[in-house]
Design a protein around this ligand. Structure first.
Ligand code: HEC
Length: 367
């Protein structure tokens, strides 16, 4: 709701027809509606322009305070938006005052409009003090931000909340009113017009497609391209290279071993296999040391096959320079969204999760 109003504000600010409330949480429309409600419900006590009572600090004969001005000259700005609204809802009884309660008589929307009306009377410096005190700054609605080309302001607002991270520009997703923003090496999703953000994968349950994975492909290609081929363990196909498949593998993982047994079928079909190390669990993981040994072996292909067959007595120590790739692979793996092994990547960055029997895998890779 608040957010919606800010959206309207941005729109007006952008079309330069709404200078008065520039930077405020409410819209001119709310102010207009609030004025009507104020005259009907509040003006009798607080004055037509929310200016009464001038002498608001003086109690009456009964020791009660008169209605204070709400136009910024009294101390309404000492109260948060929530408190201003709850005073209108609940009245002054709670505080020993006489203001009537409007709960049940006015809706939340109307109460927002009333506050918008009297706050529109506040001079900028008073409003500013209030806004700073209660940090009233709304995340702009993303859809409006995009329409008004205020992307830099969106980034600024997101940074205020998320910290100094690398943020991309918002893009629309297939889901209604959900926007995607690249956040470091991940993606976050703004929902409810930018009121909430979720970090995770967006999955289309109708098609079964992981939409985030599709967005991640460019990043994946970029990350994978950082590896010179000399850092990899490559199984060449027999004849012509028809496709390349990048596999993040762990020698200790059962399905990686199973896939490795079927490697001749893949290379036989013209698929070039490039192995990247990915030790599940990192340094503490069960495959970490063996992977390092494989990368240190003179004949890495043989060492890889041996390790996958649990023949490890021939493997060298994993303390050579080349073994650093194993640590890098772990970092890259998290950047490209690996959640398990084997993790397969096609040339276009498309991820295939887990073991797929070669009969099914070959057409998937060649297409
Ligand atoms: C019968 C008179 C009366 C009416 C009608 C009335 N008020 Fe009040 N209002 C008061 C008084 C008196 C106070 C001071 C606190 C108390 O005694 O309850 C007050 C306090 C407030 C405050 C707190 C201000 C501060 O600085 O602490 C707000 C906000 C407010 N009124 C808004 C409204 C709005 C909006 C309406 C109309 C929907 C309204 N009031 C209608 C008498 C009234």
């Amino acid at each position: 709701m608040k957010n919606f109003t800010f959206m309207a504000l941005l729109y007006f600010a952008a079309t330069a027809s709404f200078a008065e409330s520039d930077g405020r949480w409410f819209s001119s429309d709310q102010v207009k509606r609030g004025e009507v409600l104020f005259k009907q419900n509040c003006a009798a006590c607080h004055g037509q322009n929310a200016e009464k009572t001038i002498d608001w600090k003086k109690t009456d004969a009964n020791g009660k305070y008169p209605p204070p001005p709400l136009n910024g000259t009294a101390h309404a700005w000492h109260h948060s938006l929530e408190l201003l609204k709850s005073t209108i809802r609940e009245g002054g009884k709670k505080l020993g005052g006489v203001m009537p309660a409007f709960e049940g008589k006015l809706s939340d929307t109307e109460i927002d409009q009333l506050v918008a009306y009297f706050q529109s009377k506040w001079p900028d410096d008073v409003y500013q003090k209030w806004a700073e005190r209660f940090e009233v700054s709304e995340l702009p609605s993303i859809s409006e931000v995009v329409q008004t080309n205020e992307k830099s302001s969106l980034t600024r607002h997101l940074r205020k909340r998320l910290g100094q991270f690398k943020l991309g520009e918002p893009t629309e997703t297939a889901a209604d009113d959900v926007w995607q923003v690249k956040f470091q090496d991940r993606f976050l999703y703004l929902i409810e017009g930018g009121k909430f953000a979720i970090i995770g994968d967006l999955i289309d349950l109708e098609s079964g497609q992981n939409l985030t994975e599709i967005s991640r492909r460019d990043l994946t290609i970029e990350e994978i391209a950082k590896y010179p081929e000399s850092d990899l363990v490559i199984f060449e196909p027999e004849g012509e290279v028809k496709a390349t498949l990048d596999i993040f593998t762990d020698t200790s993982c059962g399905y990686c071993r199973k896939l490795h047994k079927e490697l001749p079928k893949l290379t036989g079909a013209g698929i070039r296999i490039r192995y990247f190390p990915y030790a599940r669990g990192g340094e503490q993981g069960p495959g970490y040391a063996t992977l390092k040994s494989v990368w240190c072996a003179k004949d890495r292909l043989q060492a890889m096959t041996d390790a996958k067959n649990e023949i490890t007595h021939n493997l060298p120590a994993g303390d050579c320079e080349a073994a650093k790739v194993v640590d890098q692979g772990y970092i890259t793996g998290s950047k490209v969204g690996i959640t398990g092994t084997p993790a397969l990547f096609k040339k276009n960055g498309e991820k295939i999760i887990g073991y797929v029997p070669y009969q099914k895998l070959i057409p998937m890779v060649l297409n």
